[in-house]
Write a protein that binds this ligand. Structure first.
Ligand code: SAM
Length: 457
């Protein structure tokens, strides 16, 4: 593979004699030639720039000088590449520019398969746009790329970055090519986990114990979790680009912990916040639709409908949302409401009917018992971690909204609703008692469950 770099500062590129790139050049895996653009000028001042048409600040690099240089570099390289008559060599004209698409590892894998990469390093305000247009029009592959959303003085640093990033992917460059696929931006689409070496304790910071445990399975899981956490914190766009087949059950549990659910096309970030007054209708519709899901099958449909009309209407939700003692949270997936919770915070001394106070009071002070009246998830999001996200955020929101030394959150759920009971237990709730819950005439037997929402102070 051959790189030709055309620049007005050939001195810049002595760093490419060093390290892996330098060794690869010595071993003949890659060839790198630098050329001084001014060698193709024809005037005594060796001019490569001129003032911009249309006015404005700065100078623009002349297309005629650039074209002479590129034509010669292409000609020289092809003359030297044996067999190019039968198999046309893949030549790419790479033009670094802050207005290009950001360079990715995927681009580098692709370029590593080219035979010849010419890098045209701009200076001043850049290269006359007709250079890229002309070579693209004449059938050459033109690749305009940016190093990132900032402006450098010239394309030289971007050229060195491209040579380094592409050359290490050329077969034979790195001892174990598999290791390349496991890195940040590799096939798994994540940032790499943090890495450590000796000493085990450095200025009071210990190496995570799991890494010295010798348990390869645990190390792999730990690394995967850290990679997911890091990618969530630094590059959520990369998590959103994963596909479901890249994620196992443990990945999905970790993602739920980080506030993501995995849909049909891949992970989607969940946003949980307080319902807005304008959302009363949408939440009421969702509530009305989902309430029957939590009712036992023998319940009369007219009783269910009556309960919904009396407790879950748009007017009811408008009141709940406006009332500081009601906390209505909605979980949004992809901007759509996918679940909600409704918590009722009692006034001091008030105890909600059915509250399992006796079971919870273990000290002199009665704990504050917040009633989690509703907690519903759209069927399509059940079993995908959304429940865990919403319950966690609901407990956090309750703790933030209430100032009490001991806050317990309790709820009642039908004794036959095994799925809900399992989910609450998974979230840390414990069964504390039973209650009767009336829907119309019908008495339902509920289990009551509770959890301590705030840490002991
Ligand atoms: N006027 C140009 C603009 O606003 O897009 C900036 C020109 S810059 C001062 C001069 C040269 O530096 C560019 O032609 C390009 O070769 C290089 N350059 C600057 N920032 C870059 C970046 N983020 N990525 C790649 N090349 C860059």
């Amino acid at each position: 593979m051959r790189f030709d770099i055309v620049t007005v500062f050939p001195e810049f590129f002595s760093s490419l004699d060093l390290s892996l790139v330098g060794k690869a050049r010595e071993r003949g895996l890659i060839a790198v030639q630098t050329h001084d653009l001014r060698d193709w000028t024809t005037d005594v001042h060796r001019t490569v720039d001129d003032s911009p048409f249309g006015g404005g600040a700065g100078m623009v690099m002349k297309p005629d000088v650039w074209a002479e240089a590129i034509d010669d570099v292409v000609g020289a390289a092809h003359g030297e590449t044996p067999g190019t008559n039968e198999v046309p060599a893949r030549t790419v004209l790479a033009i670094p520019t802050p207005s290009g698409a950001p360079l990715t590892q995927g681009d580098c894998w692709d370029l590593a398969e080219a035979d010849h990469v010419i890098i045209a390093c701009g200076r001043y305000e850049g290269i006359d746009a007709r250079v890229a247009d002309y070579y693209r029009g004449s059938g050459m592959e033109v690749f305009e790329y940016s190093l990132g959303d900032y402006v450098l003085n010239g394309g030289e640093v971007a050229a060195i970055a491209l040579v380094e990033a592409v050359a290490r992917l050329v077969p034979g460059m790195v001892g174990n090519p598999e290791s390349l696929r496991e890195e940040s931006h590799g096939e798994h689409g994540l940032l790499e986990y943090p890495v450590y070496t000796r000493p085990t304790t450095f200025r009071g910071h210990d190496v995570p114990a799991v890494l010295t445990s010798g348990d390869h399975g645990k190390v792999a899981r730990w690394r995967r979790d850290r990679a997911l956490e890091r990618t969530d914190a630094r590059r959520p766009d990369m998590l959103a680009a994963l596909t479901p087949d890249q994620l196992d059950k443990k990945d999905r549990a970790k993602l739920a912990e980080l506030g993501w659910v995995v849909g049909e096309d891949g992970p989607l970030a969940v946003v949980v916040d307080e319902a807005q007054p304008a959302e009363a209708e949408a939440v009421s519709q969702l509530a009305g639709r989902l309430f029957p899901h939590a009712c036992p099958p023998d319940m009369k449909p007219e009783d269910v409908a009556d309960f919904v009309a009396k407790n879950l209407s748009e007017r009811d939700f408008a009141q709940y949302i406006a009332d500081p003692n009601h906390l209505v949270l909605v979980a949004r997936v992809d901007g759509q409401i996918a679940g909600y919770s409704l918590a009722i915070i009692p006034e001091a001394g008030q105890v909600h009917e059915g509250a399992p106070a006796a079971a919870l009071a273990d000290g002199a002070d009665e704990p504050l018992l917040v009633y989690l009246s509703k907690m519903y998830i759209e069927p399509q999001w059940r079993g995908k971690g959304l429940f865990d996200i919403l319950i966690r955020d609901t407990l956090e929101a309750i703790t933030a909204a209430v100032d009490a030394p001991e806050i317990f959150v309790w709820l009642g759920t039908n004794i036959g609703n095994k799925r809900a009971i399992r989910a609450y237990k998974r979230a840390g709730f414990e069964i504390v008692g039973e209650r009767e819950f009336f829907v119309g005439e019908q008495v339902n037997k509920d289990l009551t469950l509770a959890i301590r929402a705030n840490m002991p102070q």
